[in-house]
Design a protein around this ligand. Structure first.
Ligand SMILES: CC(=O)N[C@@H](C)C(=O)N[C@@H](C)C(=O)O
Length: 665
């Protein structure tokens, strides 16, 4: 009997749990439950209410597009987001409704406002109003006449007329008033937070169009209707939280010491001592104070990445493929408060006294579920994925560590096909970023590959997250130490796990696609490659990617008019005439991170050089096809990958050819 294994279609079984928001008394958890409906080609999401003491669960909002519940400080009300369908004529109308509801009245809700998006929301302590960062301004309907930067953003489309502004919103009347930050003309608000004493609202905002990576911290005083600048030229994530006494603000970010390779840190500002240097609470930890574990089974969330409780500031950090929840206080060192074991704490929320924490956790073999922790005792509260998981065979990855040729330890994992599945070959899978990590996030795709008979090897080479800032810093040196780490990993696994040298494929997305393209231009070891949402040419990547015009300059250390030769040296396209590896190229036609030209140039070059190549362009999809693309497209993408591997590693093409020839004879 063949084993039941994960296949592209088993995406339909996965329940995506997100946004576990705890009420202030710790009695209830509101969270989003999303399902992938492949037949209807949609994600359906609803909001559930969990009673922490009894584990009893009831639906609060039935969906099909409700998400992001945020409970009010009074513990009785909450706001949430409802996505609304719009027909062609309604294009330009807001696609989101911000709604208000009572926790004890399931199903009922009232519209507060229609919005095009919601970047951040924070309740007033009296539970009557919200401070909200809301995008305003739409692109031209037809011809786009652009005079601003940035032009577009992945998943959002054209954003050149959009600013994100701070508002105060009355949840009962829907009345909205913009908060004026005196000298700020152009603005993109990153985060907003209402102080616990109710008197102030803190805002982080980019206000220099050409340098959107710089953020300033403002405090708006409600009584005086006046805003003051607290700190300038910050960078990184930009999330903020107030201390319980409403004096300090913790900022999640950095000052760009190592450009895109810089770890997000917790910097604490004293709003009553302007000009004083912020205290860095996580510098000694030397880890990125956000969770960057890769997973393809997440759903959107509105929870903050920081929370300041009376027991300390809570945050998740990336560490060796894991993501524990830490707590830290000014003047102290961070300590782990929730150890996820071989797993990641994905999102969390805590009661104001810090006594109870709700969180989602996932592992490499289990998608997210909701947990609760009371001072060290952690309990799992939901089991949405247990039944279907119990019916399939999933193997467990094994971790390995090897010493790279410069003496630095590099980590990786090997996922073998489940018992009963014949091994057909293996795949080196490279993550994107490069500052993200593989580890203990659930990757449906890996289990699908393993289920088809392909061992998956995945590592965190230099440039990855989860280690020191120095480890993550490969600026100007792409294709050097990172490439070496990967190729040394390949030699290590071939020897240690006896993997067949002649049955290996390489694949990856985004930076991982760049590295796949680089690898096939520098070695013929692999029998097949799959390059997805990839980068092939740093010169044409410049000025087109939505991550910022400065990404190429920061990471590759060149621009089209400075060090042009270096941009070209580091571009896989330069080496396209050396490629022999059969390559499948997968790209989305609305990928504004790594625009379609990256795929087209590579495809054309490989075709002209006689390399076996296939190009799959996904319509109406963006850079996140593999994580949040339309369900049917996600299935198709996985099928294309499996077919390519079957043809080139499992010899399916040869078999078919031989069969045809035998038939003709
Ligand atoms: C910083 C960034 O977004 N870089 C991209 C080129 C990238 O590699 N993205 C990763 C996270 C992906 O998997 O899409």
């Amino acid at each position: 009997m063949t084993a039941r294994v994960l296949t592209p279609e088993t995406l339909r079984n996965i329940v995506l749990v997100s946004n576990p928001a705890i009420t202030p008394d710790g009695g209830k958890i509101l969270y989003t439950v999303a399902r992938i409906n492949i037949d209807a080609d949609t994600y359906e999401s609803s909001i559930s209410l969990l009673d922490v003491a009894t584990g009893f669960e009831e639906p609060l909002q039935q969906g099909p597009s409700d998400s992001c519940p945020i409970p009010a400080p009074n513990g009785r009300h909450y706001v949430f987001i409802r996505r609304v369908e719009r027909d062609r004529k309604q294009r330009g109308q807001p696609g989101l409704e911000l709604r208000f509801a009572s926790i004890d009245r399931p199903g009922a809700s009232r519209l507060i406002a229609r919005v095009h998006g919601l970047v951040s929301v924070s309740w007033s302590p009296d539970s009557l109003r919200l401070a909200a960062a809301i995008p305003v301004g739409l692109p031209d309907e037809d011809v786009k006449v652009v005079e601003t930067l940035p032009v577009w953003f992945n998943g959002k489309g054209f954003i050149y007329k959009t600013q994100v502004k701070p508002f105060i919103v009355d949840v009962y009347s829907g009345y909205m008033e913009e908060i004026k930050l005196d000298d700020v003309k152009w603005m993109q608000v990153a985060d907003i937070a209402w102080s616990p004493d109710g008197r102030k609202i803190a805002v982080t905002v980019s206000r220099v169009m050409e340098k959107p990576y710089l953020r300033d911290l403002y405090v708006y005083y409600l009584d005086e209707d006046r805003a003051e600048l607290v700190a300038e030229k910050l960078s990184g994530f930009g999330e903020i939280v107030w201390s319980p006494d409403s004096r300090y603000i913790a900022y999640l970010g950095h000052r760009r010491e190592r450009g895109f390779a810089t770890h997000n840190k917790i910097l604490v500002f004293d709003t009553e001592d302007r000009g004083s240097e912020p205290e860095c609470l996580t510098c000694s930890l030397d880890r990125n104070a956000v969770n960057t574990a890769n997973s393809d089974v997440r759903f959107s969330s509105c929870l903050k990445k920081l929370q300041w409780t009376r027991k300390g500031i809570l945050f998740v950090a990336s560490d060796h493929g894991r993501a524990p929840l830490y707590s830290v206080e000014p003047g102290s060192e961070p300590t782990i408060v929730i150890d996820p074991g071989e797993g990641v704490v994905d999102e969390f929320s805590a009661t104001p006294d810090g006594a109870r924490i709700a969180y989602t956790r996932m592992t490499a073999t289990e998608p997210r579920e909701v947990y609760v922790s009371d001072g060290g005792n952690a309990r799992r509260l939901t089991r949405h994925n247990d039944t279907w998981l119990s019916r399939y065979k999933l193997s467990k990855p094994e971790k390995f560590v090897f010493k790279a040729s410069d003496g630095v330890e590099v980590e990786g994992w090997i996922l073998r096909p489940p018992e009963g599945v014949e091994e057909k070959g293996w795949v080196l899978y490279i993550h994107g970023g490069p500052k993200t990590m593989f580890g203990y996030g659930f990757m449906h795709e890996f289990h699908v590959l393993a289920g088809r008979g392909y061992t998956v090897v995945y590592t965190n080479p230099r440039g990855s997250d989860g280690y020191s800032e120095e480890f993550a810093d490969i600026r100007c040196r792409y294709g050097e130490r990172d490439y070496q780490d990967l190729m040394e990993a390949v030699e290590y696994v071939i020897e240690r796990y006896r993997l067949p040298r002649d049955k290996a494929a390489v694949m990856g997305g985004s930076y991982g696609g760049f590295m796949t393209n680089w690898i096939i231009g520098h070695t013929d070891l692999f029998k097949a490659a799959v390059t997805m949402r990839s980068i092939s040419n740093w010169i044409s990547m410049y000025g087109t990617t939505d991550i910022g015009w400065y990404f190429v300059e920061d990471q590759i250390c060149c621009t089209p008019w400075r060090n042009f030769e270096h941009c070209w040296e580091k571009s896989p396209l330069k080496y396209a005439d050396r490629v022999k590896t059969p390559t499948l190229i997968i790209h989305s036609n609305e990928d504004y991170r790594c625009w379609l030209d990256q795929a087209l140039q590579l495809y054309t070059a490989l075709k002209l050089h006689g390399v076996e190549t296939r190009l799959a362009i996904f319509p109406n999809e963006n850079h996140d096809l593999s994580r949040s693309g339309k369900p049917k497209h996600r299935v198709k993408r996985l099928q294309l990958i499996l077919e390519w591997l079957d043809e080139h590693l499992a010899g399916k093409k040869e078999e078919e050819k031989a069969g045809r020839e035998a038939g003709n004879a």
